[in-house]
Design a protein around this ligand. Structure first.
Ligand code: DGL
Length: 251
């Protein structure tokens, strides 16, 4: 299978990392809309328009499946994308909910959802968590983490004080949904902040769980073909991909 992976920027590379670890696809085509990131501060019409434009880009490739590795897009534009796509399109929100359900069986579990302002305002996670019987949920827009991560500040004073700003008045959650594909890059710091007492749910691992239960993968692909595209400065995205995913120089 040939898969497309779409994010507003570089965050979706954390989903690519999970796909590579599980060797599911023979080819992965990534597109990050780096010229227009962040999506998480934009309104629904803009997010849908940008997402449909990205969909047009993926129509140039013969992909079997498109993963919207962006929670903001998954929360707002998934249905519109599905309606216009000649291939399957899957988002990261529903797989994240199923992963949370598998990891946290107690319906009274205290669940903290972290995401961009748009994702949190959409209530996509909270509504689905409530449908699954979880009632003790809090959603927090933590968009400042996005530029901090893009700056490569995965630890240190700036990240610590930002976590304190967002989490200072919260009880330790039983589970934390990292509802933004950038956030796995600071999962260690977030886990440490709560003394590693919370279970962290990561979009990349959730999507792999979803794929393995919905599609049949007959072969492992340890050396998939990888192509990285971006709407601005694709070389910067490729360089980040090489660094985060431990890829060779020719990528
Ligand atoms: N990676 C995006 C997400 O998962 C967040 C970045 C943005 O605001 O565009 O929502």
């Amino acid at each position: 299978m040939k898969v497309g992976v779409f994010d507003s920027g570089i965050g979706g590379l954390t989903v690519v990392k999970s796909l590579l670890e599980h060797q599911l696809f023979e080819e992965i085509i990534y597109f990050g809309d780096t010229a227009r990131v962040p999506y998480g501060v934009k309104d629904k019409n803009t997010i849908v328009r940008y997402s449909l434009e990205a969909l047009e880009f993926f129509k140039n490739f013969e992909i079997d499946l498109l993963i919207t590795a962006c929670n903001t897009v998954s929360a707002y534009a998934l249905e519109e994308m599905k309606a216009q796509a000649p291939f399957h399109v899957i988002g990261v929100v529903e797989p994240g909910i199923i992963a949370a359900k598998n990891a946290l069986s107690d319906p009274n579990a205290n669940i903290l959802v972290l995401g961009t302002k748009a994702t949190v305002n959409s209530k996509a996670y909270e509504n689905l968590l409530h449908q699954q019987g979880f009632t003790n949920t809090t959603a927090k827009a933590t968009g400042l983490f996005v530029p901090i991560i893009e700056e490569g500040l995965f630890e240190g004073e700036i990240l610590e004080s930002t976590m304190h700003h967002y989490f200072g008045n919260l009880d330790c959650p039983d589970g934390i949904i990292l509802g933004c594909t950038h956030f796995p890059l600071i999962s260690q710091a977030i886990g440490n902040y709560f003394d590693n007492k919370s279970i962290l749910i990561h979009s990349g691992e959730a999507i792999v769980e979803h794929l393995e239960s919905h599609y049949e993968f007959t072969h492992k692909h340890p050396h998939p073909k990888l192509k990285f595209f971006a709407s601005e400065n694709p070389e910067a995205l490729r360089s980040t991909a090489r660094q985060w995913l431990n890829l060779p120089d020719e990528i």
